[in-house]
Design a protein. Structure first.
Length: 342
């Protein structure tokens, strides 16, 4: 009996050792196991154009960006595009990016300036003479410093898109010199520098969200506004604005950003896809912007608008640059110096 018990104990020990040895072996097809794999999480992304309509260069860029994400995300990213206040206006979009309720958004820098006032450096009046200068600035060292500041506010900067050079429209009189603006109520961008610029030029500026502007012009709440030509056409402002002046007074970049909360969910590979997509969208938007601006001028003429093609820009500039001090007194000259040196 003692021998039998001893044999049973030895057998159990051998079996136990064999079991432990098998459990420590890598799982394989031979032993019926499967290798553990680390998979990227599948993430859905909302990509929002704020108050901007779909039939604009920004709409073209947004579609290009969304298509890039969906085609190159390896099945782990699904992006959906939204336009024209579908998820709120431009102001609430910026708040949504901070809170993580909106994943990715693009809009004029004025709407982001409440978080990082320095972003308004690109919109100083008459800072750039042409698109080449403006694009070099928003793609350069100044933008990197600005994106660092946005990261502290919960938004990761991806790229600067553009709305282009802004022109003046009104329904009172042709505007050729600053004196022609005297007493005209106009809507301007919601940024201190812009408001002070138009005050200095003799207008009576007020800030109104882009989504409400047509109604304000139609009802006479304001009689003038300023936007790129393609925006004046896409929003049909020519129906309530007779006079267009090609001032090229401000270059308007659009900031493309992603919520830090969303960014932190992405793998390194997914982050790279999103960054590449933002740049692909930027190139598509800029190309569309150039094409739409040419088309828009003809549409305005066809609809009976009077276009002042050669206003006294030097007279406007001489007064308008005084508003630069509003920016530099508060934010210093570092960014402006970087831009002007390059």
């Amino acid at each position: 009996m003692r021998k039998t018990a001893l044999y049973m104990l030895l057998a159990a020990a051998v079996l136990g050792m064999g079991g432990c040895g098998k459990a420590n072996q890598p799982a394989s097809a031979d032993n019926g196991g499967t290798e553990a794999k680390t998979a990227e999480a599948s993430i859905e992304l909302s990509v929002f154009a704020g108050s901007v309509a779909e039939n604009t260069p920004t709409g073209t860029g947004l579609k290009a960006m969304v298509d890039y994400i969906n085609e190159n995300g390896g099945g782990t990213l699904k992006a959906t595009d939204y336009y024209d206040t579908a998820l709120g206006d431009a102001t609430s979009m910026v708040q949504g990016l901070q809170q993580g309720t909106i994943d990715i958004g693009v809009s004029g820098t004025a709407y982001f300036s409440g978080l990082v006032p320095e972003v308004e450096v690109f919109q100083l009046p008459f800072l750039f003479d042409n698109l080449e200068e403006a694009r070099a600035a928003v793609d350069g060292a100044a933008s990197e410093k600005i994106f660092e500041k946005f990261a502290e506010k919960g938004i990761v900067g991806l790229a600067f898109w553009e709305n282009g050079f802004r022109e003046l429209s009104n329904n009172v009189r042709p505007v050729t010199t600053p004196a022609d603006l005297s007493g005209i109520k106009m809507r301007t961008l919601p940024a201190t520098v812009q408001v002070e610029t138009w005050k200095a030029l003799g207008a009576l500026p007020t800030t109104i969200d882009a989504s409400e502007l047509y109604t304000a012009l139609q009802q006479g709440t304001v009689s003038a506004e300023e936007n790129p030509l393609h925006e004046i056409v896409s929003r049909k402002f020519y129906e309530v604005q007779q006079y267009i002046t090609l001032t090229d007074h401000v270059y308007t970049p659009f900031m493309m950003g992603i919520s830090q909360k969303t960014w932190d969910k992405l793998s390194d590979q997914q982050k790279q896809v999103v960054m590449d997509a933002a740049n692909a969208g930027k190139e598509a938007q800029r190309k569309a912007n150039e094409e739409k601006t040419i088309e828009a001028k003809q549409v305005l003429l066809d609809n009976g608008c009077e276009i002042v093609e050669n206003p006294d820009k030097e007279a406007f500039k001489e007064i308008a640059v005084s508003a630069w001090k509003v920016f530099t007194d508060e934010n210093g000259t570092e960014l402006l110096d970087i831009i002007q040196k390059n």
